[in-house]
Design a protein around this ligand. Structure first.
Ligand code: PGA
Ligand code: ZN
Length: 438
């Protein structure tokens, strides 16, 4: 077995070098990449992902504006790492993640990481934890979760894209399949890939070759308008692949409803109709009765804790009610949600809050309050597989990382396949992470 020398040779963990550059994300926009090296020659590379349907209360993504890259350049964020964060971090112990993250927060000095940039800080934070794991010569999920971290997450695969992620007229943003009725991650992924393949065939037959173009997260973006048409297609694909809807493969939705909300009228525009919160609850209730739905994310807009709480009270024993834009991985917003019982699950995105330490705090708070945690990618991603290791490390039980297509999504699934093979006794929680089997 590998002998951990860090106790005797602590200096090998000292940060020797921090270097940022701009690279491209999956939409072809610039993003921040940071490489951290330790004295012991450990290396960690972190990337900032980027959302499209971002919550109002997220850490700020620093963009340059101006003409370069249509205003989306990250030259300032990169410079902030190289000129401000690097000199402060060099010489610090890479294992002191909390201290390092708090130092960056202190240097930034704003509430939403606006001065240094949430993108600059998150890429650095991720690079630091990877550099420490690399110096220790342990896989990242074990560095985070210990030797016995072995719980693989149930994936929620977004195979039909709507909302801001696609150029179609579907109001809801994500239609996901959830392969919970299997005994391992790899079997669950295999079924998902087969269902995705069936969906491609069905879409091509019914709507022609243009219907199999994919959206930002690798799901198809067919010319559909109605929620139920998308759900029926998921059911048809599950059956066509030879699986049993509900029993083996369930369905999850991300409504991303802040985008559908009209604050003046206090209504949501859904399929051309103006629904108030009560009618929207009724609408969801019918969907839950008619389809094997196990999870609904952001069913109400990002400030409406009250309706979230009413909905969770009524349906929380049947589905996960997930706060994404509601909580934005923020400890204070989560605390409010816990005290109001506004949700029974939280979507966790490291770049929403901006550091690994704050994310760990949120996961801890959620788990200890009985909320499920879903570790999530962003619609703009990179080849970074940090979230796969993170999900296993914190024993999240759930991960949301897109369709089984496009390299930035498959990188995460491929890493999970590797981890499942590597751990001594891998576990796959299946339906146990949901309130009930549909
Ligand atoms: P985003 O979408 O990364 O574009 O914010 C993902 C989500 O809403 O869950
Ligand atoms: Zn969401």
């Amino acid at each position: 077995m590998h002998v951990l020398q860090h106790t005797e040779y602590g200096e090998s963990f000292l940060i020797k070098n921090v270097r940022a550059r701009w690279v491209l994300d999956s939409r072809g926009n610039p993003t921040v990449q940071v490489k951290v090296m330790t004295e012991g020659l450990g290396v960690g590379v972190g990337y900032a992902p980027s959302g499209a349907s971002t919550g109002t209360h997220e850490a700020l993504e620093l963009r340059d504006g101006g003409r370069d890259f249509q205003g989306k350049g990250v030259r300032n964020a990169v410079d902030n790492v190289n000129r401000i964060l690097a000199p402060a971090l060099i010489g610090m112990d890479s294992r002191r993640q909390y201290e390092i993250d708090m130092k960056m927060i202190e240097i930034d000095g704003t509430k939403n990481k606006a001065r240094i940039g949430g993108n600059a800080i998150v890429a650095t934070s991720i690079a630091v934890i990877k550099a420490a794991a690399s110096t220790m010569e342990v896989p990242l999920y074990q560095y985070i979760g210990g030797k016995y971290a072995s719980l693989l997450p149930v994936p929620m695969l977004n195979i039909i894209n709507g909302g801001l992620h696609a150029g179609n007229k579907l109001d809801f943003q994500e239609f996901m399949i959830v392969p919970a009725g299997f005994s391992s991650f790899s079997e669950a992924l295999k079924a998902s890939v087969e269902i995705y393949g069936e969906l491609r065939k069905i879409l091509k037959e019914r709507y022609g070759p243009q219907a199999i173009n994919v959206g930002d997260e690798g799901g198809f973006a067919p010319p559909l308008e109605k929620t139920r048409d998308a759900l029926d297609l998921l059911i048809a694909s599950i059956k066509s692949a030879g699986y049993v809807p509900g029993d083996q493969v369930a369905i999850a939705l991300d409504v991303a409803s802040s985008r559908l909300y009209n604050p003046d009228k206090k209504t949501y525009t859904v399929e051309g109709a103006e629904l108030n919160a009560d009618s929207l609850i009724e609408y969801y209730s019918r969907l839950i009765s008619d389809y094997p739905i196990v999870s609904i994310e952001d069913p109400f807009h990002e400030e409406d804790y009250e309706t979230f709480a009413r909905f969770t009270n009524e349906f929380g024993n049947r589905v996960l009610v997930v706060g994404d834009d509601l909580f934005v991985t923020n400890p204070d917003r989560l605390k409010k949600g816990i005290s109001m019982r506004a949700a029974n699950a939280i979507l966790v995105k490291v770049n929403q809050v901006g550091t690994v330490s704050e994310t760990l705090t949120v996961v801890e708070l959620a788990s200890s309050s009985g909320l499920r945690t879903i570790i999530s990618h962003r619609s703009g991603e990179t080849e970074d597989t940090f979230i796969s290791d993170f999900a296993v490390g914190v024993r999240a039980g759930l991960i949301k990382t897109g369709a089984p297509a496009r390299g930035e999504r498959t990188a995460k699934y491929n890493r999970l396949l590797e981890i499942e093979e590597e751990v001594e006794k891998p576990q796959y929680p299946g339906f146990k992470v949901f309130p009930r089997k549909p």
